[in-house]
Ligand binder design. Structure first.
Ligand code: GDP
Length: 369
C-alpha cells in the first residue's frame, strides 16, 4: 500500500500526531529529541462517507475502506546529510516513502524545548529542505560520474542515458538554488529516466502546521501558519493545519464525547480525516467502489487508470481476463438506491477496456478466468 512518511525537527509533535493517527499510543511522546529511533508504521483507513452510504444501500455485511501507511520517521536534524545524529538512516527511510508529511511547529510552549531556540516555521522548513537537497545533490553527483563513463550498449539505452543526464543537469541546477527536484519541468521520458534514483525532493510534500488548540478555530490568524502557507506555495507543496495535541486527546475520549470537545474548540471535525484525505489527493489517488451483499469496498487507483487496470488492483486475473465493466457513478447509484434499480433505470453503463475510471464509480467487472 502507499506510504506517507512523517518527518520534522525534534519536538514539533510528530510522535503525538503519529500516535493519534494510528490510535495505538505505541511511540511515547516525550520532551526529548531522539525519542523514537526506529520508524513506526501504522496503517490507517481513508475516511469516506460514501463507503457507508453504499454499504447501507447494498445491505453489505461489511464495509472496507481504502488505506494508507503512515511511517513515523523521527530524528531528522541539521547535519543529517553529513551523517550526524543517525541522519543517513533517516534519509534512507524517507527514500522508501511515496510522500512526505513534514510537521512544522506552529504552537508556542515554553515547557517544550525547540531545537533551534525559538518557534520559526520558515527556518524549520529550510533546515529539513536543505538536508534533503544535500542528500539529492550527493546522489546526483555520484550518478553523474557513473553516467559519464557511458556504459550504454545499444541506441535505446543510449537515449535513456541521455535523458537521465539532461534531467539530472536540470535538477542539479534547481537544487543548487535550494529548489526541490519536483519543481523542475521534465519531459515524461526524462522523469522516467530518473525515477530509479528515488530523489528525496521529488516526493510530494504536505506541510502539517501543528497549532495550539486555541488557534484551531481560525488558523489563518496565526502568523506561523501564514508563513508555512507562503513557503508551501513556493515549494509546490500542500498545507494542512492540525493540533496534534487535540488529536491525541480526542483518541482518549469516548467516541460520544468527541464531538462536544471539538465544538468547544470551535471546530466541527477532527483534522486527521483532512490530513489523510489531503495525503490521498496529493498522491493523485482516486477511489472506486465495489458493492454487494458480501461487502462494499473502496479501492485505490491512480488518476487516469483504465477499467482493466482498475480491475487489476483487485486481482491480476481480473485484468488479464477483462471483458467489460458495468459501471454507475456514485450519485446515480444513490439516486437509484441499488445496483439492480440503477440497471432498470438504464443508469448502469457497460464500459470497455479503454474506459478511464472516474472518481466514485461503482464497478462490477466481467472477466474470463
Ligand atoms: P516529536 O519529537 O516531533 O515526535 O515531538 P512529540 O510528538 O514527542 O512532542 C514533543 C512534545 O510537544 C510533547 O511533550 C508533546 O506533548 C508536545 N506537543 C505536541 N504537539 C503539541 C501541541 O499541539 N501543543 C502543545 N502545547 N504541545 C504539543
Amino acid at each position: 500500500s502507499l506510504r506517507a512518511g512523517i518527518v520534522g525537527l525534534p519536538n514539533v509533535g510528530k510522535s503525538t500526531l503519529f500516535n493519534a493517527v494510528v490510535e495505538n499510543g505505541k511511540a511515547q511522546a516525550a520532551n526529548f529529541p531522539f525519542c523514537t529511533i526506529e520508524p513506526n508504521v501504522g496503517i490507517v483507513a481513508v475516511p469516506d462517507s460514501r463507503l457507508h452510504v453504499l454499504s447501507d444501500l447494498s445491505k453489505s455485511q461489511r464495509a472496507v475502506p481504502a488505506s494508507i501507511e503512515f511511517v513515523d520517521i523521527a530524528g531528522l536534524v541539521k547535519g543529517a546529510s553529513q551523517g550526524e545524529g543517525l541522519g543517513n538512516k533517516f534519509l534512507s527511510h524517507i527514500r522508501e516513502v511515496d510522500s512526505i508529511l513534514q510537521v512544522v511547529r506552529c504552537f508556542e510552549d515554553n515547557d517544550i524545548v525547540h531545537v533551534n531556540g525559538k518557534v520559526d516555521p520558515k527556518s524549520d522548513i529550510d533546515v529539513i529542505n536543505l538536508e534533503l537537497v544535500f542528500s539529492d545533490l550527493d546522489q546526483i553527483d555520484k550518478r553523474m560520474d557513473k553516467l559519464k563513463k557511458g556504459k550504454a550498449k545499444d541506441s535505446q539505452s543510449k537515449l535513456k542515458e541521455e535523458a537521465e543526464k539532461s534531467a539530472l543537469e536540470k535538477i542539479r541546477e534547481a537544487l543548487m538554488d535550494g529548489k526541490p527536484a519536483r519543481s523542475v519541468t521534465l519531459t515524461d521520458f526524462e522523469r522516467d529516466a530518473v525515477k530509479h534514483l528515488c530523489l528525496l525532493t521529488m516526493k510530494p510534500v504536505i506541510y502539517v502546521a501543528n497549532v495550539a488548540e486555541s488557534d484551531l478555530a481560525d488558523p489563518a490568524n496565526n502568523n506561523y501558519v501564514k508563513n508555512v502557507t507562503n513557503v508551501a506555495s513556493e515549494l509546490q507543496s500542500g498545507i494542512v493545519t492540525i493540533s496534534a495535541q487535540v488529536e491525541a486527546e480526542l483518541t482518549e475520549l469516548p467516541v460520544e464525547e468527541r464531538q462536544e470537545y471539538l465544538q468547544s474548540l470551535g471546530v466541527s471535525e477532527s483534522g486527521l480525516g483532512n490530513l489523510i484525505r489531503a495525503t490521498y489527493d496529493l498522491l493523485g489517488l482516486r477511489t472506486y467502489f465495489t458493492s454487494g451483499e458480501k461487502e462494499t469496498k473502496a479501492w485505490t487507483i491512480l488518476a487516469g487508470m483504465t477499467a482493466p487496470q482498475a480491475a487489476g488492483v483487485i486481482h491480476s486475473d481480473f485484468e488479464k481476463g477483462f471483458i467489460r465493466a458495468e459501471t454507475v457513478s456514485y450519485d446515480d447509484f444513490v439516486a437509484a438506491g441499488s445496483l439492480g434499480a440503477a440497471r432498470e433505470k438504464g443508469l448502469l453503463r457497460s464500459e470497455g477496456k479503454d474506459y478511464v475510471v472516474q472518481e466514485g464509480d461503482v464497478m462490477l467487472f466481467r472477466f474470463n478466468v
